[in-house]
Design a protein around this ligand. Sequence first.
Ligand code: GDP
Length: 579
Amino acid sequence: QNSYAWPNQSEANLRSPICCIMGHVDTGKTKLLDCIRGTNVQEGEAGGITQQIGATYFPAENIRERTKELKADAKLKVPGLLVIDTPGHESFTNLRSRGSGLCDIAILVVDIMHGLKPQTIESLNLLKMRNTKFIVALNKVDRLYGWKACRNAPIVKTMKQQSKDVQHEFNRRLTDIITQFKEQGLNTELYYKNKEMGETFSIVPTSAISGEGIPDLLLLLVQWTQKTMVDKLMYRNEVQCTVLEVKVVEGHGTTIDVVLVNGVLHEGDQIVGTYLHHKEIKAAQGIKITAQGLEHAIAGTSLYVVGSHDDLEDIKESAMEDVQSLLSRIDKSGEGVCVQASTLGSLEALLEFLKSPAVSIPVSVISIGPVHKKDVMKASVMLEKKREFATILAFDVKVTPEARELADKAGVKIFIADIIYHLFDQFKAYIDNLKEEKKKEAAQEAVFPCLLKIMPNRIYNKKDPIILGVEILKGIAKVGTPICIPRREFIDIGQIASIENNDKPVDYAKEGQEVAIKIVGSNSQEQQKMFGRHFDIEDELVSHISRKSIDVLRDNYRGDLSLEEWKFVKKLKILFKIQ
Ligand code: GDP
């Protein structure tokens, strides 16, 4: 059967736009697809739609029929619309074509009862990254209390049928959601009020259950793409084709599902033989291909047809470009986490996310497919360089039990998630935890700065241990701090072993406080220092700092010291002649 319509009246010879559906889970993406497809099949006559591999094709004729109630001068210049069947960003990211997004336009589904959700925002970021325009389907309007169903009717007509209460409730929720989009830096507006298409994204209220707003959605998709994307949609003969999925089909071996964006594929084209037994097929379509050697195909990459004048090696080089372009994102220093994803597209999306300034996680290794032992081995190289990078971020891939076992043994962390943000959250929690641990370890080496004045008549014990009443003139006196007398030669008198403030033990005391401190010699070999012999009442006591102790302090306690206290560290640095 001939599954594509190629109307001769399409004056500009445009190809069909390709559309993808995205949004948070349960917003109705699948139902919306069913609705767009199903209602039509039932209405029979205006059919012609074909559910293809991974995509549904709507000929222009069909769209014209379904939108006639809108009385738009539905002059369709495109031959039809190809809607990708698998909703969600997984398929969107996978759909690449020559390094850019394959989808010409997207439908972003938002549940009117719930507004923007984490995956809505993730979808938005992906759309921004690919610079893909989209239309918001504000779905489930039928759930507004008191909604009167007008099956498959245009939205303006439907709205007029609703009670004041429903209209009011609708407007309230719409305004809320527009505000939420604004918070994401996006202007949105009801599509029939939108005077600045492009600058402002259009919202089409829909119900995937009763079909209200679906005609509006279809018409808007087609009108907008053919109006603003003429260049992109100009039909070209050169084959442009993207692999959607690689799978094994009984009786056919490994097959690939592809979207043919441009050009014509012929049976017998090198590597090509079509499953549905079309002799040839013209863009844009979703098709299944059987051929030899397909088990090595990677979802998300481009398919190339080798013409009779082409050099096979050149083509192979082009085919590798998709992968090469990702390799260039790897951190030059060789230090970074390992990143693994199911497809080239999702890998790219993850890399893009990790690179963004707010996240900024360096990557040292990338791979596609399940996490195996060899991947853990690669990650373990980092254990010696930077422990926190001995980590695999696994996006939507499985981890083999052997790999898991090895990772546990070696101390390699594997984080798995099917939402990019969750990977980040897990990794961040892990890093924060490591930092906290490091801080605890560092506590031994950090020396807080202090300047102490010995108070007369408060000499409780002259030696073993020294116990004195002191006033903190500057900085923080902390238990564990090494104390010295800054004469021409520094005299180390020991470490603060304890502090008492009004007879209560405390960990530290701050500028202006008067406390009693106990100082014990830090080195038992050395002669213990004594008040009245090695130092006296007019001597000031200071923390004995070093280059190392300053570094540790700065790396772990930067925020714990005030500006004034850091200035004092600087003064001590000069005193101790630290470079
Ligand atoms: P997906 O996860 O985004 O693909 O969401 P589904 O299409 O699976 O829909 C999730 C649930 O919401 C299902 O129970 C649907 O029947 C329901 N649903 C989807 N669209 C609508 C709608 O427009 N109105 C109402 N009332 N329910 C809907």
